[in-house]
Design a protein around this ligand. Structure first.
Ligand code: GLA
Length: 536
């Protein structure tokens, strides 16, 4: 076998993969996975990856969820709004973090009619109101539920037996991301259950990132790409408020073995991050973040964003590290070797032909480590520039090897390239995801509302495409601008419309310029309120 096909990954021209390193990795992966009883993909699932249909999460989702820091208490509207504000103010929104919302936090209950309704004591604006607030800030709305009878704490209803109506409620609340837990699901077939939930989501008509949370139960990496976009691979990274470094590392080393299953729109999820939680050192925060970026993991922060030290903000917003996570090729790194103290992580080709490499040091004293190109699948004669993604310095060109110094619990996080240039792929940030328009009277009017999307990466953005056939007759959407900021101009003609509420989801697609891969589809909502019947 000469190459390993990582689905969705085209070997970049500049750097050749070494047969030996990849074959060793394949043998280890097969040995580690040989005991999985369900190696074959279950029958009856959709043929294509779910992300191919909705174009969502083609790079790992980024955001914040409350569980790791807060648990169930005190989750409420005030907390979520304060965190959303902190996410914007800290610069995290500008670094690409977007999904935010409650985890298991007693936010809804089931009424006698079988429908979910908001817990208004905790969420006085209603779960739809909270969604609108989040969308207006240019953020994405995340919600949580469970595939069983009840959620893990048993405080909230699960979706069992109510899959279609619950997914309808989440769509009505305008969720963009739903985490679906696997507690209290005794006797349920995991594939059938999540497949049914996927079907229910599609029937509800609102594209959402589907985050499966079975902690690795049922080997979701084998089949869940047909249903959703990401799946937890392990148990929880910590109990609420109790960051645990040793446990986080165990999770990283378990998740790393599943590298071959990840790719654009299909992500192994080693859990929300613990970066910035009490009890972790700056080096540990840096290492955890680097590992998550190398593993193309969803970057869901789990700390209190209202109370962050400067180093924590700098770690969470390091665009050079985020560029590795958000790389459009979507390859997940794996361990090349591990002597118990030092491990070398590679197998992460990037969109411009460079590659990311990480040295994790678990020893007690500072160490120097030489990385040889051949260990990385490169030729000894290659002359490479080395970018340090934490010090932001480039050295080289180096022939054959480079030496790095690493301290306890710290990493050397590098990008290697034949060119002295380390472009950052498009990182998109919107001023809003909600356009709200209101007509004034019975005369026909033309109303416009805009959404501006800025690319914080360094590579150019081709023009977005919106399929006009996907829009209702009352709405037109066009894209204006060039360079870093593009504006979606939404124009409504009210002529002939009847009094009432109108609603559309606009989808825009784009192609990443260097890799040629589709970028995650961009969706936003347009609300139109027509206050009186309008003449033609
Ligand atoms: C499970 C999940 C956690 C969190 C809790 C809520 O343990 O893995 O991430 O959602 O449930 O109860």
């Amino acid at each position: 076998m000469s190459t390993i096909r990582i689905p969705g990954y085209r070997s970049p021209g500049g750097i050749r993969a070494s047969r030996i390193a990849l074959t060793v990795w394949l043998v280890i992966t097969i040995a580690a996975t040989a005991s999985w009883p369900q190696m074959r993909r279950p029958e009856g699932l959709p043929q294509s990856a779910h992300a191919e249909v909705d174009g969502l999460a083609l790079t790992p989702p980024m955001g914040w969820y409350p569980w790791n820091m807060f648990g169930e208490e005190p989750q409420n509207e005030k907390l979520i709004k304060e965190i959303a504000d902190a996410l914007v103010a800290s610069g995290m929104k500008d670094a690409g973090y977007a999904y935010v919302g409650p985890d298991e936090g007693i936010c809804f209950s089931r009424g006698k009619d079988g429908k979910l309704s908001t817990n208004l004591e905790r969420y006085p604006s209603g779960l739809r109101g909270l969604g609108d607030t989040i969308h207006a800030k240019g953020l994405r709305y995340a919600l949580y539920t469970d595939a069983g009878e009840k959620t893990c704490s048993t405080a909230m209803p699960g979706t069992k037996g109510h899959e279609f109506e619950d997914m309808r409620s989440f769509a009505d609340w305008r969720a963009d991301y739903i985490k679906i837990d696997w507690c209290n699901s005794q006797g349920q077939d995991i594939v059938q259950t999540y497949a049914l939930l996927g079907k229910a989501q599609r029937a509800a008509g609102r594209p959402v990132v589907h985050s499966l949370c079975s902690w690795g139960d049922g080997y979701p990496w084998i089949w869940a790409g047909a249903i959703g976009h990401m799946w937890r691979t392990t148990a929880d990274i910590c109990g609420p408020g109790k960051a645990d470094w040793a446990r986080a590392l165990r999770i990283a080393f378990a998740n790393e073995k599943l590298a071959g299953f990840a790719g654009p729109g299909r992500w192994n999820d080693p859990d929300m991050m613990i970066v910035g939680m009490p009890g972790l050192s700056e080096a540990q925060n840096r290492s955890l973040f680097s590992l998550w970026c190398m593993m193309a993991s969803p970057l869901i922060a789990g700390n209190d964003l209202r109370d962050m030290s400067r180093p924590t903000v700098d770690i969470l917003t390091n665009l050079e590290a985020i560029a590795v996570d958000q790389d459009p090729l979507g390859a997940q790194s794996h361990v090349v070797w591990n002597d118990g103290n030092i491990s070398l992580w590679a197998g992460k080709p990037l969109f411009d032909g460079s590659q990311a490499v990480l040295v994790l040091y678990q020893g007690k004293y500072k160490a120097d480590k030489k990385i040889y190109w051949e260990e990385l699948g490169l030729r000894a004669s290659d002359e490479l520039y080395v970018r340090n993604l934490w010090t932001h310095e480039t050295t080289g060109p180096h022939a054959g090897s480079v030496s790095v110094a690493v301290g306890p619990d710290d990493v050397a996080f590098l990008r290697l390239s034949k060119k002295n240039d380390f472009p950052i792929p498009p990182i998109l940030v919107a001023d809003t995801y909600l356009v709200s328009l209101r007509s004034k009277g019975a005369r026909p009017e033309t109303l416009t509302g805009k959404v501006t999307v800025t690319n914080r990466g360094s590579s150019d953005l081709p023009q977005w495409r919106i399929d006009p056939k996907s829009l209702p007759p009352w709405l037109k959407a066009a894209v204006a601008g060039s360079g870093k900021a593009r504006t979606f101009v939404n124009t409504v003609s009210t002529a002939g419309l009847k009094k009432g509420a109108y609603y559309a989801v606009v989808r825009a697609d784009n192609v990443e310029p260097i890799s040629g891969k589709p970028m995650s589809a961009l969706y936003y909502d347009v609300d139109l309120e027509v206050t009186r019947n309008v003449r033609r």
